[in-house]
Design a protein around this ligand. Structure first.
Ligand SMILES: [Fe+2]
Ligand SMILES: [Fe+2]
Length: 233
């Protein structure tokens, strides 16, 4: 039976935690949209996410992929560069820094998460005939699914009439396509007997993501609140 690559619905404590994180993130988005500086920070967070994906796609983790996959990764990388450029342009239009064209350094929380994911990839790489490319795409799948969830929540919260909606909805459509792309790639690369190892790897990647969920959501909320209150102070 093919492995289910969709994140399983959380149960028990994890389900309660997911509901809190979702509520705090919605409250954080409202705070951030309440000031121009908050909206710039949101765009900056998206820009950093896109640049981190760009760095991951071009990193050594994937090794030397077969030709069919190298071509697919080039197209994928072009999409992520286009997203980064669109967020950088929107940021500049709102008084942020002019686009540099070079990926910036991810924030501390993202760097920690990426380091933990890389460590996990090293541990699991030997369990797959295709090698490190499988953990690289497993991380990619989870990151694309996460991006899709974040953008869906954001688009639903601001509504279709908001000036940022077309940009976010356009990126969301691409991230959903990337989720399908990563899923198909994993289905092609992973042999039937390797599926339990992939299931275990996906669970661990998602557990690392969840472990940062509350911290990240509270950090976003506090940043939004501070930026909203700053002009009054
Ligand atoms: Fe993207
Ligand atoms: Fe993507």
């Amino acid at each position: 039976m093919p492995i289910d690559l969709q994140p399983p619905p959380p149960r028990g404590w994890a389900a309660r935690q997911a509901r809190w994180v979702a509520r705090i993130k919605c409250a954080a988005l409202r705070q951030l949209h309440a000031s121009a500086a908050g909206e710039r920070l949101l765009l900056r967070v998206y820009l950093i996410g896109e640049e981190a994906t760009e760095i991951a796609l071009a990193s050594d983790l994937a090794g030397t992929p077969p030709d069919w996959l190298a071509r697919q990764m080039e197209h994928h990388l072009a999409d992520e560069r286009r997203h980064a450029a669109a967020f950088a342009a929107e940021l500049a239009a709102r008084g942020g820094p002019a686009p540099s064209g070079e990926p910036g350094r991810p924030d501390l929380l993202s760097r920690r998460k990426i380091a933990q994911w890389r460590e996990l990839a090293q541990r699991y790489g030997g369990q797959f005939g295709a090698g490190m490319i499988v953990p690289a795409f497993a991380i990619g799948l989870c990151a694309e699914q996460m991006a899709s969830r974040v953008l869906q929540r954001h688009c639903a919260l601001i509504g279709a009439g908001h000036p940022l909606h077309p940009l976010l909805a356009g990126v969301l459509a691409d991230e959903d396509r990337h989720v399908r792309l990563c899923s198909h790639t994993l289905e092609r690369l992973v042999a039937p007997q390797e599926q339990p190892a992939l299931a275990s790897l996906l669970e661990r990647i998602r557990a690392i993501d969840r472990s940062w969920g509350v911290t990240g959501a509270i950090g976003m909320y506090l940043a939004g609140l501070a930026l909203r209150l700053r002009p009054a102070a």
